[in-house]
Design a protein around this ligand. Structure first.
Ligand code: UDP
Length: 327
């Protein structure tokens, strides 16, 4: 049974990755410091003998007994609100956390895939974004702590690849959504659905003309799985190229939820990218991958998951005690 370490396991993407690798017959070690992760996302795996949870901050040295075949480094805050609240941790997990994961991969002779992001392109001057584009990032702006940590992460990962010959993979993830996103994490989909469910107006930032391209989580997980098992070491974009303005997106959520609330406009946050759409030619060619789930299908599944959340989660999401999870 191959053994894989997944950092950020209690988060949105990390927990879906735990599910996928368990289903593929792997032994999974999930690691998380639970700053933005939530153990509810792993509750269904807790009793499985092939799953172990380790409560640890990967920005400090990682010690793990036993052999390891793969590492997926997905630990990081992932919403602009989190970057503002915990900027230093965001920088540390992308830099020091990546260094620790790479060091562990080297010691264990494991293959490592690191989660990079479309944010390495900043507010892009090239559209759609190909992997060849170097980006337009403000290093000292509010998003700089995330963007620059991820850019450093890519540089460090390539250095381990070229200097140490480590087997590395880099995925650049574009906006992804699905069940288990934190309702209060500030990102646009949980923000709009949460507002609709609570009977609040939907807050569109700026005039809503900025664009994003939203990928359903199952499609992303498939892309990650294929990239990990491929032999391609350079960065690969994974995302859904179906681009939409944020205003149109708000209108879609209003229609989907049937809310009687209206759209209100709030100031656009600093350095909010004006457009974003992945060029997925590489993923198509190298991985034979492309998204399969339409936004209409994906949003329906996500809405159904959110509307079934208990009231206390809808109004205030609390973290459960992690101690029961530590084996
Ligand atoms: N956004 C919005 N209202 C909200 C939250 C976000 O209009 O309540 C906008 C935000 O300004 C951005 C887009 O939605 O243009 C996507 O924001 P998100 O935080 O989800 O991700 P990112 O900006 O990192 O792509």
């Amino acid at each position: 049974m191959p053994r894989i370490l997944i950092t950020g396991a209690a988060g949105f993407l990390g927990s879906h990755l735990c599910d996928r690798f368990i289903a593929e017959g792997y032994e999974v070690v999930g690691m998380d410091n639970l700053i933005t992760g939530d153990l509810r996302n792993l509750e269904h795996l807790q009793s499985l003998p092939q799953f172990t949870f380790v409560h640890h901050d990967v920005s400090t040295h990682i010690h793990l007994n036993g052999p390891l075949d793969y590492i997926l480094h997905f630990a990081s805050p992932a919403s602009p609100i989190d970057y503002l609240k915990i900027p230093i941790q965001t920088l540390k997990v992308g830099s020091l956390g990546t260094h620790n994961c790479l060091g562990l991969a080297l010691a264990k002779k494991a293959r490592i895939l690191v989660a990079s992001t479309s944010e390495v392109y900043g507010d892009p001057m090239v559209h759609p974004q190909t992997e060849a584009y170097w980006g337009n990032v403000n290093p000292i702006g509010p998003r700089g702590v995330y963007d620059e940590a991820k850019r450093f992460q890519e540089a460090l990962t390539m250095a381990y690849h070229t200097y140490h010959g480590l087997e590395t993979r880099i995925i650049r993830i574009f906006n992804t959504y699905g069940p288990r996103m934190r309702l209060n994490d500030g990102r646009v989909l949980p923000a709009f659905i949460g507002q609709a469910l609570r009977g609040e107006d939907l807050t569109v930032f700026g005039d809503g003309s900025q664009t994003r391209s939203f990928c359903y989580v199952d499609d992303l997980v498939e892309g990650i799985y294929r990239l990990l098992l491929s032999d391609y070491a350079l960065p690969v974009n994974i995302g859904n190229p179906d681009e939409i303005t944020i205003l149109q997106f708000a209108e879609e959520i209003i229609k989907l939820t049937g809310t009687a609330q209206k759209i209100v406009f709030e100031p656009l946050p600093k350095d909010d990218p004006t457009q974003r759409q992945p060029d997925i030619t590489k993923a198509r060619e190298i991985l034979g991958w492309e998204p399969r789930v339409s936004r209409a299908e994906g949003l329906k599944i996500t809405y159904d998951a959110f509307r079934n959340l208990p009231e206390e989660v809808l109004y205030k999401q609390e973290h459960r005690d992690f101690k029961a999870f530590v084996k």
